[in-house]
Design a protein around this ligand. Sequence first.
Ligand SMILES: Cc1cc2nc3c(=O)[nH]c(=O)nc-3n(C[C@H](O)[C@H](O)[C@H](O)COP(=O)(O)OP(=O)(O)OC[C@H]3O[C@@H](n4cnc5c(N)ncnc54)[C@H](O)[C@@H]3O)c2cc1C
Length: 529
Amino acid sequence: MKKYDVVIIGGGHNGLVCAAYLARAGKRVLVLERRSRVGGAALSEEVFPGFRFSVFSYVVSLLRPEIIRELELPRHGLHILPLESTLTPLREGGKAGDYLAQWNDHDRNRRELARHSLRDAEAYDEFGLELHQMARLIKPILAVAPPDPASLHPRELLDLARLARMFARIEKKKFNTLWKLLTMSSADYLDTWFETEALKATKSASGIIGTMLGPRSPGTAYVLLHHYMGELDGVFRAWGFAKGGNGSVSAAIASAARGFGAEIRTSAPVEKVWVENARAKGVVLEGGEEVRAHTVVSGADPRRTFLGLVGEKHLPGEFVESIRRFKFRGASAKVNLALGEAPNFTCMPGPGPHLRGAVSISPSVAYLEQAYDDAKYGEISRRPYMDIVIPSMLDPAMAPPGKHVMSIFVQYAPYRLNGGWTDARREALGDAVIDTLAEYAPNIRSALLHRQVVTPADIERVVGLSEGNIFQGELSLQQMFFLRPAPAWSRYRTPVEGLWQCGSGTHPGGGVMGASGRNAALALLGERA
Ligand SMILES: Cc1cc2nc3c(=O)[nH]c(=O)nc-3n(C[C@H](O)[C@H](O)[C@H](O)COP(=O)(O)OP(=O)(O)OC[C@H]3O[C@@H](n4cnc5c(N)ncnc54)[C@H](O)[C@@H]3O)c2cc1C
């Protein structure tokens, strides 16, 4: 039997990042992915002949720049194309009419905001500066293994002291702002800055992504900040599209990992972690094959890892309780459309740069909160929040000539739907999306060639994300930092000797970020970021 230094369960992008860093350090590494291809939720697929989609995650911003640099991802094919704008179409008196556009170009953006509110145009730069400063404060924390405040271990005490020094240097005003962002709702936070409804709604939408919370729920301001921490080429909060779709992010990381000598096996589902005398000895694949390794690292989410692959009998009761209580509550869905022609938005007709950016169906905070109200009571939002991109506008290879692919991120579609998810409910979700979109881009029905509707139940079944939660567990304050995924186990180790974790269910959480994979590898190697 071949023995590895490290076997990694799951070829999601974090598992691949972890593999690349460990192989770079000279470890003999094997990645085992249950699906026929790597990538997890960062995957491109030709769903309909000639039409390629980022089936699940679809835009990039959070991927840590140090990972791009250290793994030389552009050399392995990573090419990110920036999105130019965000268009929020509006409806007045039941009819599509005006819009709010946010452009990358500063002066154009300011003119557009001033058209809606001079006050908001004045406040915008200061708002951007505040979030920029907050993102800079948080940024170093993304790369640390969170110390346990209750631990007396010298290394953890040292790390706590380092963090305390970092926080002690923060000016009082900035600390107060950070505290507000950790505790407020995104809508309340934005109310302190702006008066234009569409601006507040579109910005606060960043705070609800991936969570079963509404824009008025406390804690969502932090999710908003999480989405501001991305940067492209050093520009904070810039979002882009990976040429070839998000699968090419995973492919580039996999290529880097292989380049350092890691082996990657697909169609290799792990049935269980092989534990003997409270120590991980390797894994057992479905079908009975045993793979021995000195260390096992799981990139699957905490519920799947501990309650599924390890088994409660190998774990302390208190830990099992924490993992059982870890909240998933998937609320997001995806609708991917193959189109015979580009959408034509009534508020900004014809082609134009707005089609090379995002389109956000978020006309007001009340609209988003009502979408949440439906979900709160177990129903699909009748009028959902949607974040739309048209990747073929930036990368024509995604669709046949003259045709387009449209990617629609949708909330809310609660995992715990009244009556459960069936084919009919999946189609009802698809219909709610098309009906809503048609109010703003009426040609969508005639342009539609095919549609793929991905519910939270599909996300769970296909990617393996429990309850379809896109972040491997909600990004709420009670399950972040030293509490992610469980108190005392936030430093990528687990209660089973020789078993580690590297997925988004660990600090700093979800998104195509790679931070968990890198942090886990560095912790395992005994290095600091
Ligand atoms: C619909 C949707 C839209 C999203 N949109 C965005 C976006 O636009 N931008 C963004 O930054 N983030 C987005 N996200 C979030 C982001 O994609 C995820 O947080 C991230 O990809 C998770 O990566 P991961 O490597 O931690 O885990 P995963 O991607 O969940 O990878 C885990 C891997 O483990 C494998 N696995 C599980 N069990 C086993 C087993 N027993 N044996 C072997 N393999 C196993 C799975 O098959 C999977 O490949 C989105 C997610 C979804 C679902």
